[in-house]
Design a protein around this ligand. Sequence first.
Ligand code: F3S
Length: 399
Amino acid sequence: MKLTAEEQAMLAGEYGQTTQKAMEILNALGTIYEAERMIPVTSVQISGVSYANLGEAGLQFLAEMADGGGQTRVLTTLNPAGMDVENWQALGIDEEFARNQQRVIEAFARMGVITTCSCTPYLFGNVPHFGEHIAWAESSAVCYANSVIGARTNREGGPSALAAALTGRTPAYGYHLENNRQPSVTVQVESQLVENNEFGALGKAIGQKLEATGQKPLPYIRGIEQATLEQLKSFCASIATYGGTALFHMEGVTPEAGQTAPPPDTITITRTEIEAANQSLNDAASDEIDFVSLGCPHLSIKEIARLAELLAGKKVTKEFWITTARPTKQMADMMGYTGIIEASGAKFATDTCCVVAPIKGRFKALATDSAKACYYAYAKNKFKTVLKPFDEVVLEALK
Ligand code: F3S
């Protein structure tokens, strides 16, 4: 790989040992993927923040990187942590975990990472533009950045995203290259969708069909006449989870869609398949549900406004987590939504989510509108699940 003089100096340790370590990580990655050079990035989103996933070894790595004097060179935000950093006690998080989680967040902060702790950085300030090279981790946000915004990123892991933040570089391979962004199969959707959970079910149906080909084709999706930001974030989270998809082209949505003719190879997704995908995530009976969560990916302010409308003057009967980013919660505070929602007994689980928080063994069955949350609720915690439209999930919490 050909490095510039500055990149060589980073590798030689002239910018300090943390920058050197970061460049070593990127150089190794670039060599594995046969990148010819590094490219500058302007934005980074780092995953791997929950102490439940990092453990002591991960925390030590971050502490050493921070002790080595590393500083971010570009705008860098952070994925959800394992707890609400202000309100962790109300969520039943134990003190030792909270202490360790705080040390993780402090290590990132020392390196200049903006500790937003959210998987929706594109909702508040970390918003790249079309064609911009970025290095994002967090599969749902990567898929959104590539496919809805048209920015260019590979699906980074926590360490490679941190390395990109500390150097302002990433190896030029994968989705940074024009040739690798061309669709290879047309997906014709034969149904109009209205609810978030339907978009999640569509992501599961398409993702699993693509996975079954064994070739990781890049889909060109046709037939979706309308999709809101909230529906697209739900779809991105789901197709990334079930199909490992980091980039799709959707007609009328993706800026690059239509630059080339739709691929001749076509698969069709019917209404029946979408309903079957939704049904496959419904294995809990209504009376088994003891946990309700909305906000995977993190809720937008529009969704929180709807929640306030639905919960006004009512009382929830189950543990109900509303997961969102702190900047979004601050908007909810300004608008008076927080007070209305909290008066119902529902809890804001800001900075975290029902997947990365350490809640194994605490609940039996989750109701949500997110196909991704259903997948991990079972895979990580063995919870049964119910996947329903947003409004109906709220009704479950009130039953
Ligand atoms: Fe975000 Fe957690 Fe879902 S990180 S996409 S809310 S699993």
